[in-house]
Design a protein around this ligand. Structure first.
Ligand SMILES: Cc1ncc(COP(=O)(O)O)c(C=O)c1O
Length: 460
């Protein structure tokens, strides 16, 4: 990817120059004013700069600093920013049709997108419904699970993230703040810990059990003491835990989960809003374990980073037998968002996206692995495709999270020109899926430098 013409490369010769002090003076003034005006819960999380422009995997601020983007707008810009091949069809359709409420009037973009999505997703999925974004389609999936089965309960996972609205924040449980003022009012959800081997509260699976300790817990505890399985509509799960730390469950877990769903006639719904469209190294993470889900939620990368759009796909069992669940909103599947989505899928078909993701995974495993070897403050690193994470701990024995160090590393990395997503449990790294591997390696070198500085600075 070409650097914008004014950018001077830094000491590694590959990446932009190291930014000046952050925030720069122009950004500082705008941030200060915004903090006076914007809801504090939002403005407190602002990055230390104001974006001026984006190109590929670079972000330039209004002070002229350029950063390497390892956040990709919460993994919603899959192939880099500012791509004419995605923007042009969007603009053309905007001119031709403009807006249209696709729940009432189908545009000429709808059928090709529907057919294409059903072609590239698992064979179990035969129907589709429209959405504006990931949150909206998870809401729809929950409503459909309940309607299709006539059962009220949906099983979610501790650590999972699904959105900020009432239903989605009650299903999610990444951090308790997300469901503040909601949890006590939202009935019909139960949670099991996400199958995270590094933080599992369970022992290895018991002899004679399901083969997986999380599923043993659901069977032996939740379903014995608290929940009647015939009141459960199904399970809704991120196939790889995204914001919660890039955790990929084992094959044993998926086999045992599938057996559980089959035994009690539960629907298996996957939230691929973040994993979908190549981030896992497969087009959809469900392919890794050959999950044939009953429902699949898509969003984020589906719009190529240029348009908001989502979809929920379903099997006949989950979506084919009724027509009385109201879904979506006025702006779901705007014709120009459909055009952008189709152009995005075509770009995946044309370009070696998945091959590059596997290279990014290789670089990540090597570099993050070396960091874990070097710094005892790192408890674990993970890399599945373009989903990568570093988890910092106060000590390796207790595995107590070190959020202070994590925040400092994120800050020092930004000062070295690298943007990352400091989430509730880990420092998440989610580059453009087309980022050249050598630049990614150079960016991780700067992250290593930031860890070194931060560890010395905190030296407790
Ligand atoms: C797994 C998952 N599901 C749903 C959502 C909600 O998507 P959106 O915020 O784009 O509506 C997110 C957003 O981060 C997500 O990561």
């Amino acid at each position: 990817m070409e650097l914008a013409n004014q950018i001077v490369t830094g000491p590694d010769g590959l990446l932009p120059a190291i930014p000046g002090p952050l925030p720069g003076p122009k950004s500082a003034a705008e941030l200060e004013r915004l903090r006076e005006l914007v809801y504090p819960g939002t403005s407190s999380g602002f990055a230390p700069f104001i974006t001026d422009s984006k190109s590929g995997h670079y972000v330039t601020d209004i002070d002229g600093n350029t950063f390497v983007d390892l956040v990709s707008s919460s993994a919603s810009i899959p192939l880099g920013a500012g791509r004419a091949d995605l923007i042009d069809p969007l603009v053309e359709t905007m001119r031709e049709i403009g807006n249209e409420d696709s729940h009432g009037v189908a545009s000429k973009m709808m059928l090709p997108l529907t057919e294409k999505l059903l072609e590239i997703t698992p064979a179990s999925l035969t129907r589709i419904d429209l959405g504006l974004n990931g949150t909206e389609v998870v809401e729809t999936a929950i409503k459909m699970m309940r309607r299709a089965t006539g059962r009220p309960m949906v099983l979610g996972f501790l650590g999972g993230y699904h959105g900020e609205t009432s239903l989605t924040s009650a299903l999610g449980a990444e951090q308790k703040e997300t469901s503040r003022a909601i949890r006590s009012l939202a009935a019909g959800f139960a949670h099991a810990p996400y199958p995270n081997p590094y933080r599992s509260p369970f022992r290895p699976p018991r002899p004679g059990g399901s083969g997986d300790s999380t599923i043993d817990y659901i069977r032996d505890h939740l379903l014995f003491h608290a929940i009647n399985p015939d009141e459960v509509a199904g399970v809704l799960i991120e196939p790889i835990l995204g914001s919660g730390g890039c955790v990929a469950p084992s094959q044993e877990f998926w086999d045992a989960l599938r057996a559980l769903c089959e035994e009690f006639d539960w629907l298996l719904a996957v939230d691929e809003v973040k994993t979908g469209f190549g981030r896992s190294g497969k087009m959809f993470a469900s392919e890794i374990w050959d999950l044939q889900p009953d429902l699949m939620c898509l969003g984020k990368a589906m719009g190529g980073g240029v348009a908001p759009i989502g979809a929920v796909l379903g099997s006949e069992k989950a979506m084919g037998g009724y027509d009385d669940v109201s879904t979506g909103s006025t702006w779901s599947w705007l014709p120009w968002a459909c055009a952008a989505s189709l152009a995005t899928i075509e770009a995946y078909e044309r370009e070696p996206v998945l091959e590059n993701v596997l290279e990014l995974e290789r670089v990540g495993r090597e570099k993050l692995g070396a960091m874990a070897f070097r710094f005892e403050e790192i408890g674990e690193t993970r890399a599945t495709g373009g989903f990568q994470a570093i988890e910092f701990v106060l000590d390796r024995e207790s595995r107590d999270r070190d959020s202070e160090l994590q925040e400092l590393v994120a800050k020092r990395s930004a000062e070295l020109g690298i943007l990352m997503d400091s989430s509730s449990t880990s420092l998440n790294i989610q580059p453009s899926l087309l980022m050249p591997p050598d630049e990614f390696a150079a960016a991780l070198n700067r992250v290593e430098q930031a860890i070194e500085t931060s560890v010395t600075e905190l030296s407790r």
